[in-house]
Design a protein around this ligand. Structure first.
Ligand code: ZN
Length: 395
């Protein structure tokens, strides 16, 4: 099976670009007004109706800037409409305020041997040195897609989309991974394991830090700068943890020649609800981000990822299918019918794995699909009556 992995890399730019941001903003906003008035979300239509007019109006720009402005306009207007439908849109009409310019393969080229980008500008092509880290080295052999030129606090960045075609093999087994706010629990063919991410503590620490800054420094540029600095640090610390945990899940999948099963995002809302009482601002758990990191790392290693419907994964007994009830103890659940007592994250991971095995989506041979201790029969009851919580490994 062939699949494509797409990743966006962010580079800081050394060097200057002629200031095109305001002009580009003006161009996009003009297009946005038109799209809004005529309710146009189709790039083709917007281009056919406005491209030549805008080229005449903005002759200083290389023509493809008008082209990418049309693309950006359509996606901005589309997301505005979406927000509007949910009642979350700011203002009555879409306005583009960011210092962002979209570049396609005609407007920029990238030489990865020496990390130099050449960008078309009103004053001709400008060469820019990209600052890169160890993380970026792997992109040297990837395909280059579109890019965004971004200005933030007077620094310039280039976000580039890279893609790579990978061969994904058909595995013989499956691992169920339950992604939780403070840990990831996996159900392997031979047992359960858990990694504590400690994300909750990181979030709380930075939440308190933000509050202190907000109460001590009243408004102004310094406060904004400090908040941005700590926001960036928080994001990076959490991302580091995500990468470590994702590497572990992928390693486990490789060891047992397994596919990785994850829960489909659509059904996560019910879980968010139960921690919403904590605090809206505290709750920044990026569940989907962690899933996406696991997914691309898996694919790069030739491991397929399947998403299963999360419905019932934390509420039904993986052995007999009865509804589970809380066991009084912290985070454990009990089955009244068969007597199973287990940690709720273990049950989540276990059910995720079982769902895939039942739907036969990982290609496991029929005879091995239901190991004896995972069938609905009474035989397994004794073995599973006291399922121990998995080994907890803290980083
Ligand atoms: Zn049961």
């Amino acid at each position: 099976m062939g699949e494509t992995v797409k990743l966006t890399a962010c580079f800081k730019i050394e060097g200057e670009v002629p200031d095109m941001f305001n002009l580009y903003k003006q161009l996009v906003n003009e297009l946005l007004n038109y799209a809004f008035l005529k309710n146009i979300t189709s790039f083709k239509r917007l281009k056919s109706e406005k491209y030549y007019e805008m080229r005449g109006k903005y002759p200083e720009f290389p023509s493809h800037y008008v082209y990418t402005a049309c693309q950006m306009t359509c996606s901005i207007y589309k997301s505005f409409r979406k927000l509007k439908r949910k009642g979350k849109a700011k203002g009555d009409k879409p306005v583009f305020r960011k210092d962002v310019i979209m570049l396609d393969d005609i407007l920029f080229t990238l030489k990865l041997d020496d990390w130099v980008a050449a960008i078309a500008t009103p004053n001709g092509r400008v060469k820019l040195k990209l600052l890169h880290g160890k993380y970026h080295e792997k992109f040297k052999y990837w395909k280059i897609g579109q890019a965004w030129l971004i200005k933030r606090n007077n620094d310039l960045f280039l976000n580039v989309v890279f893609s790579k075609d990978v061969e994904v093999e058909k595995p013989i087994n499956v691992i169920g991974a339950d992604v939780n706010e403070n840990n990831v629990t996996i159900a392997k063919p031979n047992g359960f394991e858990r990694r504590v991410t400690g994300e909750k503590n990181i979030r709380i620490a930075y939440f308190l830090k933000r509050r202190r800054i907000q109460s001590k420094i009243k408004g102004g540029k310094i406060r904004r700068k400090l908040l941005a600095k700590y926001g960036e640090r928080e994001k990076n610390r959490v991302l580091d943890v995500y990468h470590v945990v994702a590497n572990w899940v992928v390693k486990e999948a490789l060891k047992s020649n397994s596919a990785i099963a994850l829960e489909d995002i659509k059904n996560i809302r019910k879980r968010i609800k139960f921690s919403r009482e904590m605090n809206g601002r505290l709750h920044r758990w990026s569940f989907r981000k962690l899933q996406k990191i696991i997914e691309y790392k898996a694919k790069l290693n030739g491991i397929p990822v399947v998403y299963i419907d999360a419905k019932g994964t934390s509420t039904y007994c993986p052995i007999c299918g009865a509804k589970l009830s809380p066991n009084g103890q912290y985070r454990t659940m009990k089955c009244k019918r068969c007597g199973l007592i287990a940690d709720r994250d273990v049950i989540g991971a276990w059910n995720i794995r079982l769902k895939v095995l039942k739907t036969d989506r990982c290609g496991e041979p029929r005879s091995r699909r239901k190991p004896p201790n995972e069938t609905g029969g009474r035989k397994g009851d004794k073995i599973l009556q006291n399922v121990k919580p998995p080994r907890t490994v803290t980083r």
